[in-house]
Design a protein around this ligand. Structure first.
Ligand code: MAN
Length: 568
C-alpha cells in the first residue's frame, strides 16, 4: 500500500520540486519521497505503514529500528532485518549524481564496508566509512556505461520491434490465406458433394440398365442366385404391371356391364310394349335385332360374373407371388461346370478316393493342355457399373481430402497466436541450446525436448498448449524494488516480456508428473534460448529471446526508467 503512496507522491514532488535538495531531507530518502519525512508540528514521525506508532522525529536515522516497517531508518542498516514483505520503504536511496540516475540499495548493504557501485555509484551507501572504507564517486563512468548498455538495448528493441512488425504482417497474410482457403474449400466441397450425388444416381441408372440388358440378352453372364434375383426383379415388375392392368380392366368392365344391362332393360321394354299394328319400320327392325341378339345368347340379362369367377380374379390381383426362395440355387450350384462334379454321382464310400484320383487326372490333363484350367466364373459386376462406382470413389476420395483440409484450416485459424497473432509465422520454428547434461530444444507452438549430451536418450517435455500474457505490473521485478543479487551479469540481460508459452503432456517423470515446460519470453533480435532450469522435478523453465515480444520505442522509455531503478 505504501508503495502506491510513494508513487502517488512522486508526481507531486517532481512537478513542484519544493523539497528537493533541502537539508532537512533525511539520509537515504529520495527527493520524491521527501513529503513523507516532514516533521509534524510536535516534531514527531509516524511509521509509514504502521500509523499507530509515532516516535520523536529525532529518532529517524538514529541507527535504532523503531518502526516494524523500517521506515524510521531509511539511511542506516538498523532495520535491515525487516523482511521484504513488511518493509515500508524501497531501500536506501543513492542520488548517483553527477552523471547517473538515482536508485535504491537494500538496507543491508548500507555501511557494510563494500562499495556497491553497480547500485550506488556515488558511494553514499558507505557514508560511515566502516573499516576505513571510502567509496569515491564513479557515477560519470558508471552512468556512461549504463547509458551505452541501455542505448544498445534500445537498439535491440527497435530492431526486434521491426522484426515483430514483420511477423505481424506475415501473420495477417497467413490468416488471409487460410481464410481464402476456407472459402474456396467450402465451395469445392459443395460442388463435390453435388457431384457425388449425381454420380451415385448415375451408378443406380447404369446398374438398372445393365441388369435389364443381361436379362434381355439371356446372357449367362449373370449366375446362380444373382440370375434368380435379376429374373425376380423383372418378373415381379411385370406381374405388378399385369395386376394393375387387370384391376383397371375389371373396373371398366363392371361399368360397361352395368350400362349394357341398362340398355337391355330399355330394349326389352321396347319389345314388350311396342304396338305391332303401327307400321313403324324403325321400331320393327329394332325389335327383330333384339330377338336375334337374345337368340344368339348374347344377352347378359341381369346376370353378373359368378362368385367363383370373382374370387379367381381377387386371387389373381391380391394373391401371393412366386416363392423365390424355393427357386434360389444352393451355394455354388450352377457355378461349377458339370465335368467338375463327376464324383458327386459316385457311391459315398469311394467318393473320397475317386475325388483324389480325379483331381490328379484333372491336373494331369490341365498340365498337358488336354483340359482348360477351371477358372471360377466371373461373378463381377458389369464394367460400366464398376467404372461408374470408381468415378464415385474418386470424387469421394477428393471430397474426404478437401473436408480434412477444411478442418485443418479452420482449426489453424482458431489457435491463439498471441497479440496480433505475432507467433503465427513462428509455428514450427525450433531452437535448441545445451545446458548442463542436456540439449534443450523447443519448437514454437509445437513440441519441446530434453536430449542427453551423454547418450542418445531424450525426454519429451510436452506439446504447446497455450499462451499466457502475464501482467508484468504484478511481478516484483517490475515494481522498482531492489533485490539482493550478486549477479552483476543480470544487469546486461533483457527483462522478461510477460509472455509465457506453456508446454505439457510430456514423458512421465519417474515417480512424478508428466514433464512440462514453461517458456518465458524476452525481447531479442533473434530467437535464442538464454537459460533452462528444472524449477521443480520435471518442470522446466526456459528463458527464450524472440523479436515477437519486442515493443521498441513504445516500450523502451518506460522499461528504461524501471530498469535503471531496479538494476542499479
Ligand atoms: C531425467 C531428466 C531429469 C529429471 C529426471 C527425473 O534424468 O529428465 O531432468 O529430473 O529424469 O527422473
Amino acid at each position: 500500500m505504501h508503495k502506491q503512496l510513494l508513487s502517488a507522491s512522486t508526481a507531486v514532488l517532481l512537478t513542484s520540486g519544493v523539497l528537493a535538495g533541502k537539508p532537512s531531507l533525511p539520509r537515504g530518502v529520495a527527493p520524491e519521497d521527501a513529503k513523507l519525512y516532514v516533521p509534524s508540528a510536535s516534531k514527531t514521525f509516524t511509521c509509514l505503514t504502521n500509523p499507530s506508532i509515532t516516535i520523536p522525529f529525532a529518532s529517524v536515522n538514529d541507527d535504532y529500528c523503531d518502526c516494524p516497517d523500517g521506515s524510521d531508518e531509511p539511511g542506516t542498516s538498523a532495520c535491515s532485518h525487516v523482511s521484504y514483505g513488511k518493509l515500508g520503504i524501497r531501500g536506501f536511496y543513492c542520488a548517483n549524481q553527477p552523471g547517473h540516475v538515482g536508485g535504491y540499495i537494500p538496507l543491508s548493504r548500507v555501511n557494510d564496508g563494500v562499495c556497491d557501485y553497480e547500485l550506488c555509484c556515488d558511494g553514499s551507501d558507505e557514508w560511515a566509512g566502516v573499516g576505513g572504507v571510502k567509496c569515491e564517486n564513479r557515477c560519470s563512468e558508471v552512468g556512461e556505461k549504463v547509458r551505452k548498455l541501455l542505448g544498445e538495448r534500445g537498439r535491440i528493441r527497435n530492431e526486434g520491434a521491426e522484426k515483430r512488425r514483420e511477423l505481424e504482417r506475415r501473420a495477417a497474410e497467413i490468416r488471409k490465406g487460410l481464410e481464402d482457403e476456407v472459402k474456396a474449400l467450402e465451395g469445392i466441397i459443395k460442388s463435390l458433394e453435388f457431384q457425388v450425388e449425381e454420380l451415385n444416381a448415375e451408378v443406380k441408372t447404369i446398374e438398372a440398365r445393365e441388369r435389364a440388358k443381361a436379362v434381355k440378352a439371356g446372357k449367362t453372364k449373370v449366375k446362380g442366385k444373382e440370375r434368380v434375383n435379376v429374373v425376380k426383379e423383372v418378373v415381379e415388375g411385370k406381374i405388378q404391371e399385369l395386376k394393375t392392368a387387370l384391376e383397371r380392366v375389371r373396373e371398366e368392365e363392371k361399368g360397361a356391364r352395368e350400362s349394357l344391362v341398362e340398355a337391355e332393360v330399355i330394349l326389352k321394354g321396347l319389345k314388350d310394349t311396342y304396338n305391332p299394328n303401327f307400321n313403324d319400320e324403325g321400331v320393327k327392325a329394332a325389335v327383330r335385332k333384339w330377338d336375334d341378339y337374345v337368340a344368339a345368347g348374347k344377352s347378359v340379362g341381369l346376370g353378373k360374373r359368378s362368385d367363383a369367377e370373382e374370387r379367381d380374379l381377387d386371387e389373381l390381383i391380391s394373391g401371393e407371388g412366386i416363392d423365390w426362395d424355393d427357386l434360389m440355387p444352393e451355394e455354388g450350384e450352377g457355378e461349377v461346370p458339370e465335368i467338375y462334379k463327376i464324383e458327386q454321382y459316385l457311391p459315398e464310400g469311394i467318393r473320397k478316393w475317386v475325388h483324389q484320383k480325379l483331381d490328379e487326372a484333372r491336373q494331369f490333363m490341365v498340365d498337358n493342355g488336354l483340359l482348360a484350367e477351371y477358372i471360377p466364373p466371373d461373378t463381377h459386376e458389369p464394367k460400366a457399373v464398376t467404372d461408374a462406382k470408381a468415378r464415385v470413389a474418386t470424387v469421394q476420395t477428393d471430397l474426404t481430402a478437401k473436408r480434412n483440409s477444411l478442418k485443418n484450416a479452420q482449426s489453424e485459424l482458431s489457435i491463439d497466436y498471441g497479440p496480433a497473432e505475432v507467433f503465427r509465422p513462428l509455428k514450427g520454428t525450433c531452437i535448441s541450446n545445451p545446458f548442463g547434461e542436456y540439449t534443450y530444444e523447443f519448437c514454437f507452438f509445437e513440441k519441446s525436448y530434453q536430449r542427453s549430451l551423454k547418450d542418445s536418450s531424450s525426454s519429451f517435455l510436452g506439446d504447446h498448449k497455450r499462451i499466457e500474457i502475464v501482467d508484468t505490473n504484478m511481478s516484483d521485478k517490475q515494481k522498482g524494488i531492489v533485490f539482493e543479487t550478486d549477479d552483476v551479469e543480470e544487469l546486461h540481460e533483457e527483462k522478461l516480456a510477460g509472455v509465457v508459452l506453456h508446454y505439457d503432456g510430456g514423458a512421465r517423470c519417474w515417480n512424478g508428473p508428466p514433464r512440462s515446460a514453461k517458456v518465458e519470453l524476452y525481447c531479442a533480435t533473434e530467437n535464442e534460448i538464454r537459460s533452462v532450469l528444472e524449477t521443480e522435478k520435471c518442470v522446466y523453465t526456459y528463458e527464450v529471446g524472440t523479436p515477437a515480444v519486442c515493443k521498441g520505442e513504445e516500450g523502451a522509455e518506460e522499461a528504461m526508467k524501471s530498469q535503471v531503478r531496479d538494476e542499479l
